[in-house]
Unconditional design. Sequence first.
Lengths: 373, 291
Amino acid sequence: MQVRAVNISKRYVGIAALDDVSLTVQPGELVALLGPSGSGKTTLLRTIAGLEHPDSGTVYFNDRDLSDSRIQDRGVGFVFQHYALFKHMRVMDNIAFGLRARSKDKPKESEIKRRVLELLDLVQLSGLERRFPAQLSGGQRQRVALARALAIEPSVLLLDEPFGALDARVRKDLRRWLREIHDRTGHTTLFVTHDQEEALELADRVVVMNKGKIEQSATPDEIYDTPATPFVFSFIGESSVIPVQVGNGRATLDERLLDLDIGNLPDGPAQLYLRPEDVVMVTDGGPGIPGLVVSTRRIGGMRRVTIECGLARHRIEFDAPAEIPINNSQRLTIRVIGGRVYGAGAEGYETEKLAASATSDFKWAKAEGWLDR
Amino acid sequence: MSEAAATRQQRKVRQAIGEGPATRFVLLTIALAFLGLMLVAPLLVVFVEAFGRGLGVYFQALALPDTMAALQLTLLVAAIAVPANLVFGVAAAWLIAKFDFKGKSFLLTLIDLPFAVSPVVSGLIFVLLFGANSALGPWLEDNNIKILYAVPGIVIATIFITFPFIARELIPLMEQQGSSEEEAAVSLGASGWRTFFQVTLPNVKWGLLYGVLLCNARAMGEFGAVSVVSGHIRGVTNTLPLHIEILYNDNKAAAAFAVASLLAMLALVTLAVKTLLEARFAGEIAAQRRH
């Protein structure tokens, strides 16, 4: 089943939760809606399900216009962040609920039982059919919720932060397992998450949302390698931002030329977005940007180094081999080998970390001798 | 860790957030003394006075025709008022907890009105509404409908007074549970009624039961509002509380206390049933809260 949301807008007390959003999910596709809280991703999912009514816009399943269709008739399997299992019913009655609620073609009780046991087997919970939800772990509950949603043979599977309430370890297991279930059942699936790692690992296609709009819709590789906007760049993965000047088709940082492809940006101020792997340390005395180490921390096999460069003390993070000793207040030289330049005016994802580091201090620069250089 | 060590650890934790033994003793004594003086002693007095002159006198007092009539009327009023408020209360709580609409807080305030207004005033409201001098009065008289100083008036006043009990019990419970189970049910294809009876109602059944018990206790015990609208016609419009007052004013203290013990026992039975149910289904209730 193909899912199409066309020009959906929705406002809550004056704030646009969805601002003219259009999205198409192809049959059998597994798509992630990714964004920070308040980006409208859950509202979009709930609108497709029929749990919310858009102020304008239309949802289609294949070519069927769902504007006047009740949620009961849409045939969506919806999985909630906090499971929403019926706590007074046993696992088997939870899963059978949708089948028993059918007004027409209601299967026989023996057929329902067979289906329930089959689904329990699919979600690897055989033997737990007589338990109550309170007697299950979080991961088990979410698997029951998925089995319950699959029981009605939905045309579309919608999951709202399905792993959000689980701890990191269970989350990773369930992620892999959901991918397997999807590959086996082939449902058109749309899930919401704020965890970029989850989105990149699980989905065929990632739709990044911000402030009620879609920033980019692409494969995980494209999202990571060629982020369309500064927001996508800074929301996906680690990033450092430094202002640069664009002129004559080249980008310069403090009048040092940077060897970067800048596309066809107009001359003037711009922003350079860097991932840790876009920066390397210069150890052979070659040209580069001098900086001062402000902190280092160990991340797996690498050492994540934060240095401050230039007059305005821009912070850049990069990874250095762990075996090279690097101390705080040490001077070193770096070279930019990658990264993306975005024109002025575009906004990135503001984390608290970025905001906290934006302190500039003239006295410091003078004491360190930056002004004399 | 051994069990003894675990207990010691627990005791330590408890002491860290509690007070010293002396303070605890004083606080406990004050609380118990207050309870004894204000609750237990009056209750004992009722029973002592009622049974003071022997069981024979006690049952004689209860068997008087007027007393039996009052008991019947009280049961009748409760049998109408409680189911009515069950429906109203569930509907109001459902509306307030599961939907957003303009004037919601106003509706909440309205539900509390019977608690805030003196019962006597509530009674007077109905006298003004249905009395001979009201706008409705002549019409009611022409059609030979008796509300005031008759059973319908008592029922209406009782419904008004006991309206908040069930709604008030359910609203916080339903609000805390949110709507996601209902959303899950409709997404699975369940109709609104099916969702209500199979999902919403089972989730609030304990709160609902408690609300019904409280509502029933008050419906049988209400004095002020009923007193205003009943007209105190012996054997016809006297409920148990009104009957107790009449007996007492007639210097029939023993009979008054005998009937009073009936009402008091009703309250005790209500509390006992509640406690029993809570103990019997403690596991299930806890499981529902935990989930």
